[in-house]
Ligand binder design. Sequence first.
Ligand code: SAM
Length: 218
Amino acid sequence: MAGPLDGEMRGSRRRLVETLREKGITDLAVLRAVEQTPRHLFVPTGVRHRAYEDSALPIGNGQTISQPSIHARYLEILHLTGREKVLEVGTGSGYQTVLLAHLAAQVFSIERIAPLMQSARENIARAGVRNVSLLVGDGTLGWREYAPYDAILVSAGSPSVPQPLVDQLAEGGRMLIPLGGQDVQTLALLTRKQGTIVREDVLPVRFVPLLGQHGWQG
Ligand code: SAM
């Protein structure tokens, strides 16, 4: 939806894409998705002027929208082709959900905080994507009804890999999940290969805790 700030925001978005290139993001599909997605609509009005900085920002309920370069790294690692069914745990503002919707066939996203999901639902609708299904609940249980998933993205830090998510990963599927302590984690890439799970550590990250039955106990 075009508003008075739209042109100005488009310029800011292009500069964000340049920043991501400078930080080593080369995947053109990911850069195009960032350029198409109005991040300013996903953050509270009080921090809207900072929407195109490469920073995490508060979104209410003690949660954050992650740094754009982290979203871009996640998406670059997954190498989505547009044909995948993806599960996202931790919808937050819905921003990454929309990036995924541009890059995959179907996106299923779970958030445990109902008011956050309410605004994410509105944000996602305003962004105009249609291939997204949303669920309020404990994402450590996955979303069995639509499993298996070609990719699973967990956007909160966990002490270990939730077994239901492993069970819901398709053969050849990839899961990105921050693993470690409550403050600092390692982003791990898990791939299901002939029934076994292969783990590769990607980079150090800082995410809010994954709270749930198979994560941190709230
Ligand atoms: N990627 C999101 C965005 O673009 O705004 C930001 C995600 S934020 C860093 C992490 C989210 O995970 C928070 O909204 C938090 O409430 C959610 N979360 C934590 N534990 C969860 C769980 N067990 N199930 C679903 N969501 C969870």
